[in-house]
Design a protein around this ligand. Structure first.
Ligand code: ATR
Length: 277
């Protein structure tokens, strides 16, 4: 009998997830006897579901909204970087049934820029991060791990940027969005981690013309792919990378842990996922 390794993405709701398409493509590509399915798990059923993973029904899987924080408490061990980020998006069942929690968003962020903006981190000077919510945390850890000397954290509510800069260890300078003009001239990288850019929303007073022409601008929003921020950056002639690659690259470490093969993010995979946006 062939032993089929089963993986999952759980969330509530979950039917719009692109993860089954991504992992399904890789499973087929590598002819692996495995499955990866989206499973709707209500908050009350989360502990029971993790119990099923522990018992051996699954090799692991991804966890998305609204479970990323609660699942943290249900893991038997947590990877140190997931601990710093404060959220788990990937579960791996270890031998004996212990569940270890990881956060692969920071690797997704780095993998996207490494693939689509080669050389982007040769100059590890100043990065500007917009937003201080949950999504900012993985990006701050990514930039710290890559070795940026100064990471300016700008937020509508500056107190939240200050709190985050205190909580996470790193070369962080907190401020408000209106401080952008002060820091822009020396920035090598600008990252949006807020939801601004979705539904036609845009930042009011960011003058991207102040960025050096060597700067790189990236956005974690990928619907639409060309956010107003990226369009403005292109208009002033700086390099841009959209957010879809982060979604694709954050899937790589999980697949490798569950199925034992490191998959590749190819142009064909990107096209397949882009066609569903
Ligand atoms: P998530 O956990 O998904 O990151 P969040 O914690 O609600 O979501 O954070 C959203 C981020 O987007 C925050 O930095 C938020 O700024 P505040 O801390 O001031 O709330 C930012 N954000 C959301 N809407 C915004 C808007 N219209 N203008 C400026 N910033 C906005």
């Amino acid at each position: 009998m062939i032993h089929v390794k089963k993986a999952f993405v759980i969330g509530h709701p979950i039917r719009h997830s692109r993860s089954p398409l991504i992992h399904g493509t890789w499973l087929a590509e590598h002819a692996i006897a495995g499955s990866y399915d989206a499973i709707d798990v209500a908050p009350d059923d989360l502990a029971g579901f993790v119990g099923r993973v522990r018992a051996g029904e699954f090799v692991g899987g991804n966890v998305t909204i609204p479970h990323k924080e609660e699942v943290f408490r249900l893991c038997d061990s947590i990877d140190p970087l997931a601990e710093t980020i404060g959220a788990v998006n990937t579960l791996v069942r270890e031998e004996g049934g212990r569940i270890r929690g990881f956060n692969t968003d920071y690797m997704g962020f780095l993998g996207n820029l490494d693939q689509n903006a080669p050389g982007w981190s040769v100059r590890l000077g100043r990065a500007i991060v917009l937003g201080a919510g949950g999504a900012a945390r993985a990006i701050l850890v990514a930039l710290r791990e890559r070795g940026f000397k100064e990471i300016v954290l700008l937020n509508r509510t500056p107190e939240k940027a200050e709190a985050l800069a205190r909580e996470i260890d790193g070369p962080f300078t907190p401020g408000r969005l209106s401080d952008f003009a002060f820091y822009a001239g020396g920035a090598d990288l600008l990252v949006n981690t807020t939801s601004i850019g979705m539904h036609e929303s845009r930042f009011d007073d960011l003058d991207l013309g102040l960025l050096p022409e060597t700067a790189l601008v990236t956005d974690i929003v990928y619907v639409p792919l060309m956010t107003p921020l990226l369009a403005d950056a292109r208009a002033v002639g700086v390099r841009t990378v959209d957010g879809l690659g982060m979604l694709l690259h954050q899937a790589v470490p999980g697949f490798e842990a569950w199925f034992g093969v490191r998959p590749e993010v190819t142009a064909e995979l990107r096209q397949k996922v882009e066609a569903t946006l």
